[in-house]
Design a protein around this ligand. Structure first.
Ligand code: DMJ
Length: 628
């Protein structure tokens, strides 16, 4: 019934163990050299066993950092924030929380853990120094592993914002016609949010009201850096004032660790880097501290939820499991928070999770199950593998952390590459009649030709990897999957992708490649297709990707735009007469979808260059760390 699996994967790299001891040569002239030329030379040096030369040639683009800026008006100390009155408790999700005894470790216990962590880290670093690995690729050599350096004390923190983006406002480049189209769409979305949902989490544009998830102005925070990038000064200043005067984290409210990290922590950190305004860093630090109780589990795998007012962290009521994608897609943000503040516990907590999952059994050629238990630290519901919901950004963050850390943590890269080989071996198939390559799912050995729209992050991530030196066959896969994701949009009557597609694998005259079940016909204004179009265009410069993005923007305008302001998710992408608005504008529409469209239409490679920044999974750009 199911087609035979594709041939066994063939590994494109060699792994050699070398002893290394020399320091970097990071001169300017070297940094300017062509990356490809360098990689080719490195490849041959590695093959010829000349590690010293390899080490010498490790080059990085070192961003020039400006002096830290003064905290601007309306300073807010943590003490003030913490002493403010408790507010109403907003909660989303099941009505009753799991009743749990207080965590075995007290709220302050995180500090104690951090000490133990330091000792363990020191030991691990000693061991690592004795033996390091170089992984070399066709055309690229990956640098020897070095434990990511943790700043010792707060004083050593590099809390300087990234300079590249200040250029956006200081020397603005006039937007081209398509970018003006995105600005117009953003302003329309913003008009609805300002009129009907200001300071609330999400706009309900049809009923002209709002919905609350965490009660923290989620859309406003998610959109801050988009406004900066689009050059919307007035809107940004108004939103900044709200953050300064109204954003209060001393609130008796449960937040989802992952969702609030990628949207709120990520949004505040990137806005700090773009604007240089320390208000956003202070808020990020306050918020990060309030999330830390989530890590006080027996296994150190964090709980899914934490109350940012009381510090009570817990799993959902119905399980003590966490989702694998959620616990592995908070690392970019917490690592950056440590780098900026000098507070090590943020980075230590998330890296503990990464290390744990790296060494865990139950994977299938690098593919991970979807759930992990917070008590035992083991995968649960094993045998189900997907690149969609609950696993997706695990893969994305392996690559992106490797890039963020300056390509030193080869374990992350190794896990990423292994997983891509796992995808090729177990999840790739071609549809009929157009032979579209798609990523399906595997459940206990049975293949399902189901692909979430969420999986459309993958072509972009593959292209990003290739930009950073990974093998060319990753790019072949990126192009093929990009075409598929485009077709998931294009083959629908509205030109917008359904939430989930099923692919036809058998040659039947009356069947299309992409089929949609009634329950999956909705579109939530998600970003993944346009996110990948952005990366594919940056890496290939093929204008067809811009054209595809432009088509999708037209479709959003035609079928999801609400006249009084805002855009709405829709129920049926297959009915252009009655797409049926669902009355919700998710925060990621302004945080991600419109941002990626704007960047896709830009021909300025320096605008948030892939060489200096890495986007978190909510499209918030964070700096790539300079080499030690
Ligand atoms: C966003 O919050 C992020 O992109 C996340 O990684 C997946 N879900 C939404 C967008 O679809």
């Amino acid at each position: 019934m199911y087609p035979p699996p594709p041939p066994a994967p063939h590994r494109d790299f060699i792994s050699v163990t070398l002893s290394l001891g020399e320091s970097y040569d990071n001169s300017k002239s070297r940094r300017r050299r062509s990356c490809w030329r360098r990689n080719v030379i490195l490849f041959f040096l590695a093959l010829s066993g000349r590690p010293a030369e390899v080490e010498k040639m490790k080059l990085e683009v070192l961003p020039v950092l400006p002096a830290p800026q003064k905290e601007s008006a309306e300073p807010e100390g943590f003490a003030d924030i913490l002493s403010q009155k408790r507010q109403r408790h907003f909660r989303r999700g099941p009505p009753h929380l799991q009743i749990r005894p207080p965590n075995t470790v007290s709220k302050d216990g995180v500090q104690g853990d951090a000490k133990e962590g330091e000792a363990a880290l020191g030991k691990a670093q000693q061991e690592e120094n004795t033996q390091r690995t170089v992984i070399s690729w066709r055309g690229a050599v990956i640098e020897p592993e070095q434990a990511t350096e943790l700043p010792d004390r707060r004083a050593e923190a590099s809390n300087k914002p990234l300079v590249l983006a200040s250029k956006i406002w200081k020397e603005p480049v006039p937007p081209n016609e398509r970018q003006r189209g995105v600005i117009e769409a953003f302003l329309h979305a913003w008009k609805g949010y300002q009129k009907f949902a200001w300071g609330h989490d999400e706009l309900k544009p049809v009923s002209k009201t709002f919905s609350e998830w965490f009660g923290l102005g989620l859309t406003l925070i998610d959109a801050l850096d988009t406004m900066w990038i689009l050059g919307l000064k007035q809107e940004f200043k108004q939103a900044r004032r709200w953050v300064s005067e109204n954003l209060d984290f001393q609130k008796n409210v449960d937040v989802n660790l992952f969702e609030s990290t990628i949207r709120i922590l990520g949004g505040l950190l990137s806005t700090y880097h773009l604007s240089g305004d320390s208000l956003f860093l202070s808020k990020a630090e306050d918020f990060g501290k309030r999330l830390m109780p989530a890590f006080t589990t027996p296994s150190k795998i964090p709980y899914s939820d934490v109350n940012i007012g009381t510090g009570f962290a817990h799993s959902p009521q119905w399980t003590s499991d966490s989702t694998v994608a959620e616990v592995t897609s908070i690392q970019l943000e917490f690592r950056e928070l440590s780098r900026l503040t000098g507070i090590k516990k943020f980075q230590e907590a998330v890296e503990e999770v990464t290390k744990h999952i790296h060494s865990l059994s139950g994977k299938k050629d690098g593919l991970v199950p979807m759930f992990i238990n917070t008590n035992s630290g083991l995968f649960t519901h094993p045998g189900v593998f997907t690149l969609g919901a609950r696993a997706d950004s695990y893969y994305e963050y392996l690559l992106k952390q490797w890039i963020q850390g300056g390509k030193k943590e080869t374990q992350l890269l190794d896990d990423y590459v292994k997983a891509i080989e796992g995808v090729k071996a177990h999840l790739l198939r071609q549809s009929q009649p157009r032979k579209l390559t798609f990523v399906g799912e595997l459940a206990h050995g049975r293949f399902s030709a189901k692909m979430d729209h969420l999986v459309c992050f993958l072509p972009g991530t593959l292209a990003l990897g290739v930009h950073h030196g990974l093998p060319a066959d990753h790019m072949d896969l990126a192009r093929a999957l990009m075409e598929t994701c485009y077709q998931m949009n294009q083959q629908m009557e509205t030109g917008l992708s359904p939430e989930i597609a099923h692919f036809n694998m058998y040659p039947r005259a009356d069947h299309k490649d992409v089929e949609v079940k009634p329950a999956d016909r909705h579109n939530l204004l998600r970003p993944e297709t346009v996110e990948s179009l952005f990366y594919l265009y940056r890496v290939t410069r093929d204008r067809k990707y811009q054209d595809w993005g432009w088509e999708i923007l037209q479709s959003f305008n035609k079928y999801t735009r609400v006249p009084s302001g805002g855009y709405s998710s829709i129920n049926n992408v297959q009915n252009s007469h009655r797409p049926e608005p669902r009355d919700k504008m998710e925060s990621f529409f302004v945080g991600e979808t419109l941002k990626y469209l704007y960047l896709l239409f830009s021909d300025d490679l320096e605008l948030l260059s892939l060489d200096t920044c890495v986007f978190n999974t909510e499209a918030h750009p964070l700096p790539i760390w300079a080499p030690a």
